[in-house]
Design a protein around this ligand. Structure first.
Ligand code: GLP
Length: 263
């Protein structure tokens, strides 16, 4: 996997946004896999700014979000549908009919998971999947012990994740303990994966992701099996890696090569 270590969260967002810009400019009808959490917000702001400058368009794209809380309607302020509208969709030229978030209010969640998988396949698969990472190494809501071959399904959240995400809920507000999430197998099928991580709270999860072993105990370690996965992380998130200088060296070499090839 490719690991890009940058100075801070702002550089991570800008670098990640350039990858999405390249993707959308190469394939206007790209199928985007999108993520929630606080980490991708800065990248979404960069994408909105680029769209406002006319440097990219979402007009012909489609999107599928990774996950949603089970039991929340899309108009609930803590739902991931609400989050996506507020942080990205309301500010760009994407057709909302082409944006999908797993339905948190599905009458039959099991059938809804199957339909979500079918919708991804019918769209031709995900071209580029954005990911954050939980402190316990979760991706989407695939908590430790998730099958590395898992598909979209209902997943129980760990206490650690519930506690981490409690900051988004008001005191006494109902916080779901269940979710619908794309599986690790679903994520591994996307053509490209871009994982963002910033801050020292993610350092151990990043070490486990990059240095292995490949294990369900760290769901993000499954990305070691992906042929086009890039981790874009800041110095703090990289701080537990055994040899961060190696990745910086590779990135410098890559930049030089790209310059030479005029990319
Ligand atoms: C949630 C989401 C994940 C996200 C994680 C980390 O649990 N389901 O997709 O990666 O939070 O969030 P943050 O970026 O806020 O640390």
């Amino acid at each position: 996997m490719k690991v890009v270590i940058l100075k801070n969260a702002a550089e991570v967002a800008a670098y990640g946004a350039q990858i999405f810009k390249k993707q959308l400019n190469k394939k206007a009808d790209s199928v985007l896999g999108l993520a929630t959490g606080s980490t991708p917000v800065a990248l979404y702001n960069e994408l909105i700014a680029l769209a406002n400058k006319g440097e990219l368009s979402f007009k012909h794209s489609k999107s599928f979000n990774l996950d949603e809380y089970l039991g929340l309607d899309g108009d609930h302020p803590q739902s991931y549908r609400f989050f996506m509208n507020e942080k990205l969709f309301d500010h760009v030229d994407i057709d909302k009919a082409n944006t999908q978030v797993p339905p948190g209010n599905a009458a039959d969640p099991v059938a809804a998971c199957e339909e979500y998988e079918q919708a991804i396949s019918a769209a031709g698969g995900i071209d580029i999947q954005l990911l954050g990472i939980g402190r316990n190494g979760h991706i989407g809501f695939n908590e430790p012990s998730s099958s590395l071959a898992s598909r979209t399904r209902v997943k129980t959240l760990t206490k650690a994740t519930i506690d981490d995400n409690a900051r988004f809920f008001a005191e006494g507000e109902y916080q779901p303990h269940l979710s619908i999430t794309m599986g690790i197998g679903t994520i591994l099928e996307s053509k490209k994966v871009v994982l963002l991580a910033t801050g020292s709270a993610k350092a151990e999860a990043i070490k486990a992701t990059v240095e292995g072993p490949l294990t369900a105990a760290c769901p993000a370690s499954a990305l070691q099996l992906h042929k086009d996965a890039v981790l874009i992380i800041d110095e703090d998130a990289a701080s537990a890696l055994s040899d961060p200088e190696f990745f910086k060296h590779i990135e410098r070499e890559n930049q030089q090569l790209e310059k030479k090839l005029g990319q």
